[in-house]
Design a protein around this ligand. Structure first.
Ligand SMILES: NS(=O)(=O)c1cc(F)cc(F)c1
Ligand SMILES: [Zn+2]
Length: 245
């Protein structure tokens, strides 16, 4: 009887070791690598929800790869979420703490899918790099974007040439990653989230320029300020969050 129990215990130990070794739970996360071309930005748009800078994604000139990603993902656009005051405005929190704003760099899996729209509905379709913004000294390169915001106060678009968003990113990209969803409707569960742990972008006067934007168009009677365009964090519901550190 004793021998049978010992054999069962060894068998269970072997199965669990095999699972953890091959499940990837222990596999280290490598660095995330950004290869952005200097001149693929096209325009900046107030789309009535946020301010979005869109990129030419017809080829692989601007991609993100490495880390949790199995192949390169093409840069499509970046946009921001922010609050009306204080340190509320980010869509992720760290140990329960939120930040004034959060930058999202949106990429799509052009290796597996033909269009962004198709990728946006697939579980491995999108990779969004999230960077926290906090109030402090104004950021030397963010002004290239914030100086253009007056041109898109209403729901309009204007050109932006040769803006490489890599200038907004921290030097060391330590991150957390998990499988999640778009944070705005249609909320597709199609995002590999990569949230940078070290805030880099600080802004104070510049944040005020985001809060001067309007949700409404020039032709509309109402003038509604664009603020609090963030979705509060949602329950993890069993999602595994992995750390690169
Ligand atoms: N906020 S988000 O990055 O999840 C996002 C990205 C996107 F391309 C479209 C969306 F509706 C929402
Ligand atoms: Zn977003």
């Amino acid at each position: 009887m004793q021998n049978i129990l010992e054999i069962c215990a060894e068998l269970i130990f072997f199965v669990l070791t095999f699972y953890f070794f091959f499940s990837g739970a222990e596999r280290g996360l490598g660095p995330v690598v950004l290869n952005y071309d200097q001149c693929t930005s096209m325009n900046i748009t107030n789309n009535g929800h946020s301010v979005v800078v869109q990129f030419d994604d017809s080829d692989d000139r601007s991609v993100i790869q490495g880390g949790p990603l199995d192949n390169p993902y093409r840069l499509k656009q970046f946009h921001f979420h922010w609050g009306e005051k204080g340190c509320h405005g980010s869509e992720h929190t760290v140990a329960g703490n939120s930040y004034a704003s959060e930058l999202h760099l949106v990429h799509w899996n052009a290796v597996k899918y033909k269009t962004f729209g198709e990728a946006a509905t697939a579980p491995d379709g999108l990779a969004v790099l999230g960077i926290f913004l906090e109030t402090g000294d104004d950021h030397r390169w963010l002004h290239v974007i914030t100086d253009a915001l007056y041109m898109v106060k209403f729901k309009v678009s204007t050109t932006v040439n040769c803006f490489n968003p890599k200038c907004l990113l921290p030097s060391s990209l330590h991150y957390w990653t998990y499988l999640g969803s778009l944070t705005t409707p249609p909320l597709h569960e199609s995002v590999i989230w990569i949230v940078v742990s070290k805030t880099k972008i600080s802004f104070s006067m510049q944040l005020g320029k985001f809060r001067m934007l309007l949700f409404t168009g020039e032709e509309e009677d109402q003038r509604i300020r664009m603020e609090n365009n963030f979705r509060p964090p949602q329950p993890l519901k069993g999602r595994k969050v992995r750390s690169s550190i």
